[in-house]
Design a protein around this ligand. Structure first.
Ligand SMILES: O=C(O)c1cc(=O)[nH]c(=O)n1[C@@H]1O[C@H](COP(=O)(O)O)[C@@H](O)[C@H]1O
Length: 248
């Protein structure tokens, strides 16, 4: 029962717009592009959260935004559990943490999320960042093996630790869907054809990521840096819906 409930996504949770802007004013100005339209599903990451603070996030959820709080927690279990407890009052529906923090850390986060009064946030465990390539993993971080295997190992740990979903690149989405089917698959590193991948190393187009098995796409710069953000957002949403239709 719990698993079925956890698996239901609303139609407005297909594309999370990463509000990677420097401050509250910039975020408010950006969101004005949606004036008169349905509110977008938004991701508040470290840049905006550290600049604008919890009260701004609270004001977004109070205004009716579905907020995905991407703070990528990674610390000792007690600290992460306490951080989740602090964040549950903000009304956000999703919170990220790093699966590499380990089982006890994720279980502490889960316990805190379950004790939340009001909205019980879903916890998403980041496996391997989309900016990580083979060289970063093996030579810089010193983890042997392939990026996909390392991501899969962490996804299985996330599943065993009671997480609601994982964050992975489109390149791993298919194997994740097979190996951790009860988890939401959230995929950043989305780029439209011909667009620079910037610091991202494992990128995919929206339809490729959906056909590989992603449930939610996270899109930042392709929308935030567009001259007409709403137009690009709608274009991506349309491509996602079409790809989802083809998948089903
Ligand atoms: O957890 C995330 O959202 C995340 C995980 C990951 O592996 N890669 C990744 O890019 N992200 C986030 O997704 C967004 C991608 O932004 P763009 O590259 O501008 O589309 C950023 O806000 C990142 O912080």
């Amino acid at each position: 029962m719990e698993a079925v409930q956890n698996r239901s996504l609303s139609t407005d949770e297909q594309v999370a717009v990463a509000l990677d802007v420097p401050h509250q004013q910039a975020a408010e100005a950006f969101l004005k592009h949606w004036q008169g339209c349905e509110k977008p599903f938004i991701k508040v990451g470290m840049q905006l959260f550290y600049a604008a603070g919890p009260s701004f996030v609270q004001s977004l959820t109070t205004a009716g935004y579905n907020v995905f709080l991407d703070v990528k927690l990674h610390d000792i279990p007690n600290t992460v559990g306490s951080a989740v407890r602090s964040l549950t009052g903000l009304g956000v529906k999703w919170i990220t943490l790093h699966a590499s923090g380990g089982r006890e850390m994720m279980e502490a986060a889960k316990k805190a999320a379950e004790e939340a009064e009001g909205t019980r946030p879903r916890l998403l465990a980041v496996t391997q960042l989309t900016s990580t390539d083979q060289r970063t993993l093996n030579q810089d971080i010193g983890i042997p093996g392939t990026v996909s295997d390392a991501a899969l190992h962490l996804a299985e740990l996330a599943q065993q630790s009671g997480m609601d979903g994982i964050v992975c690149s489109g390149e791993e989405a298919r194997v994740m869907k097979e190996r951790v089917p009860s988890l939401f698959i959230v995929t950043p590193g989305i780029r439209l054809e011909g667009r620079d991948s910037e610091d991202q190393k494992r990128v995919m187009t929206p339809e490729a990521a959906i056909s590989e098995g992603a449930d939610i796409l996270v899109v930042g710069r392709p929308i935030t840096r567009a001259n007409e953000p709403l137009k690009v957002y709608k274009h991506i949403l349309q491509r996602v819906e079409q790809a989802r239709g083809n998948r089903e």
